[in-house]
Ligand binder design. Structure first.
Ligand code: HEM
Ligand code: HEM
Length: 344
C-alpha cells in the first residue's frame, strides 16, 4: 500500500514542477520579449550597408570631439558592454559629467534616450554628446568642417546618402550613427533562451529570482524587450533613496517637463546586461548589483527582501547578459592639412 502511494507521488511531483516551469515561462512571456538578432527598422532612416559602415567609423572617431581624443566609444566602450565603468562619465578637459553613462547596447528598444528621456530616438540623441561641453565639447560647424577636411569621408557619406545634395552634414552624421547603434544588440542570453522555450536555460535559483522579480513588483517598471526602458517613474516611490544615490540637484524629468510630479522621475533603465554595466543608478554611486536590488526594493516597493531573495534576484539579473556584439575597430580615414587641430 505504502509503496503504491510513493509510486503515485513521484510522477505527481514531477508533473507539478513541470507545470510550475511552464507557468513561469508563460507568465514571463506575457511580460518580456527576447532580444531580436537583427536591428529593428528605424523610422525615416532605412539601414543600408553604406550607412552602417559610416556609422561605425563615426562612432569610433575621436575627431567628433574638439580635443580629437574622445569618441562615442570612450564612454560607451563596445568591449565593456557599451558603458564606461565610471560613476559619472569623464569628458572634455577631464571634466566629470553629472550622470552615469548608460550602455548603448539594445538602446534602440528604449522608448526614448537619456536617463530623463529628453531625446526621442538615437538619431536625436547622437547630436547631444558631440555638443555637450562636458562630453565632446564640439559644435555642428566644427564637426562638419572636420569631416569635410578628411578626404576619405566624402565618398563614404555619398554612398550612405546618395540623394543628398550636401551629404557631409551634422544630421547625416547622426543618421549613420543611429543605424550603427541599432545593430548593437545582445541576443541569446540565458533568459532569452528561457523565453523561447528552453526551460533548462535557467537554473532553480535563477527561476526563483525571476519569480521574485515578477511577484514582488519589479516587472511593472522593468518589462518588455529591454526589461526596462519603457517608462518613467519617481526614483523613490515609497522611500527617498540616500542623497548620495539620488543627489538633490538632479531632478530628472522635472528638468525636461517642468512639471512638479516629474521631480526625481527617471527612465526605469533596461536591465539587459546589468551584471556587466556597473556602477548603478544615474548617479553611479552603487557598485554592487546586490546593493542596487536592496535600494530598489526599499525605494520603489517599500519592502525589505530577505538576503536569499536578494541573491536569487541577482542570480536572475545575471541571466540577462546576452551575446556581446563582436566588432572590428574600424580603420578611420586619415586627416589632411586642412583638418582643424585638436583644441584641448
Ligand atoms: C547617454 C550615445 C558620446 C556619456 C547616451 C545614450 C546614447 C548615447 C544612445 C542614451 C542611452 C540610454 O538612455 O539608455 C552616444 C553617442 C555618442 C556618445 C552616439 C557619440 C556621438 C558620449 C560621450 C560621453 C557620453 C563621449 C562621455 C564623455 C553619456 C552619458 C549619458 C549618455 C553620461 C547619460 C546622460 C543623461 O542621461 O543625461 N549616449 N554617446 N556619451 N552618454 Fe553617450
Ligand atoms: C533602476 C532593479 C523595481 C524603477 C534599477 C536598477 C536596477 C533595478 C538593478 C539600476 C540599473 C542601472 O543603473 O543600470 C530593480 C529590481 C526591482 C526594481 C530588482 C524590484 C525589486 C522597480 C520599480 C520601479 C523601478 C517597481 C518603478 C516604480 C526604476 C528606476 C530606476 C531603476 C526609475 C532608475 C533610478 C535612477 O537611477 O534614477 N532598477 N528595480 N524599479 N528602477 Fe528598478
Amino acid at each position: 500500500m505504502k509503496r503504491m502511494h510513493l509510486f503515485l507521488l513521484v510522477p505527481l511531483c514531477l508533473c507539478n514542477s513541470a507545470f510550475a516551469a511552464d507557468d513561469l515561462m508563460s507568465r514571463a512571456n506575457k511580460l518580456f520579449n527576447p532580444i531580436p538578432t537583427k536591428a529593428p527598422p528605424l523610422k525615416g532612416n532605412p539601414a543600408t550597408a553604406a550607412k552602417l559602415d559610416l556609422g561605425a567609423k563615426l562612432f569610433f572617431d575621436p575627431r567628433l570631439s574638439s580635443s580629437q581624443l574622445i569618441s562615442c566609444n570612450t564612454c560607451h566602450n563596445v568591449g565593456l558592454a557599451g558603458a564606461d565603468l565610471q560613476e559619472t562619465s569623464t569628458g572634455h578637459g577631464w571634466q566629470k559629467g553629472p550622470r552615469n553613462s548608460p550602455t548603448v547596447f539594445n538602446a534602440v528598444f528604449d522608448v526614448a534616450q537619456f536617463w530623463d528621456g529628453r531625446a526621442k530616438d538615437l538619431q536625436t540623441q547622437a547630436k547631444g554628446p558631440v555638443q555637450a561641453a562636458v562630453e565632446m565639447n564640439s559644435n555642428p560647424e566644427l564637426v562638419v568642417k572636420t569631416l569635410k577636411s578628411i578626404p576619405g569621408y566624402a565618398p563614404l557619406f555619398k554612398a550612405a546618402f546618395p540623394r543628398a545634395a550636401d551629404p557631409v552634414s551634422f544630421d547625416n552624421m547622426a543618421r549613420a550613427i543611429e543605424v550603427f547603434e541599432a545593430t548593437l544588440l545582445t541576443p541569446d542570453s540565458p533568459f532569452d533562451r528561457f523565453l523561447k522555450g528552453d526551460a533548462a536555460a535557467l537554473n532553480a535559483r535563477e527561476k526563483r529570482g525571476l519569480r521574485i522579480f515578477m511577484d514582488k513588483g519589479c516587472a511593472p517598471c522593468h518589462a518588455g524587450t529591454n526589461v526596462g526602458g519603457v517608462g518613467y517613474y519617481p526614483f523613490g516611490v515609497r522611500e527617498a533613496p540616500a542623497t548620495e544615490i539620488r543627489p538633490s540637484g538632479d531632478t530628472g524629468r522635472f528638468m525636461v517637463t517642468n512639471t512638479e510630479s516629474d521631480r526625481y522621475v527617471f527612465k526605469a533603465p533596461s536591465l539587459r546586461n546589468v551584471a556587466v554595466t556597473q556602477p548603478y543608478f544615474h548617479s553611479g554611486k552603487v557598485w554592487k548589483l546586490y546593493d542596487a536590488v536592496v535600494v530598489m526594493s526599499s525605494a520603489q516597493l517599500g519592502v525589505k527582501l530577505k538576503e536569499g531573495e536578494v541573491e536569487d534576484t541577482v542570480a536572475f539579473l545575471k541571466t540577462l547578459t546576452g551575446r556581446q556584439p563582436r566588432l572590428h575597430y574600424p580603420l578611420l580615414p586619415p586627416s589632411s592639412d586642412d583638418t582643424p587641430h585638436p583644441q584641448l
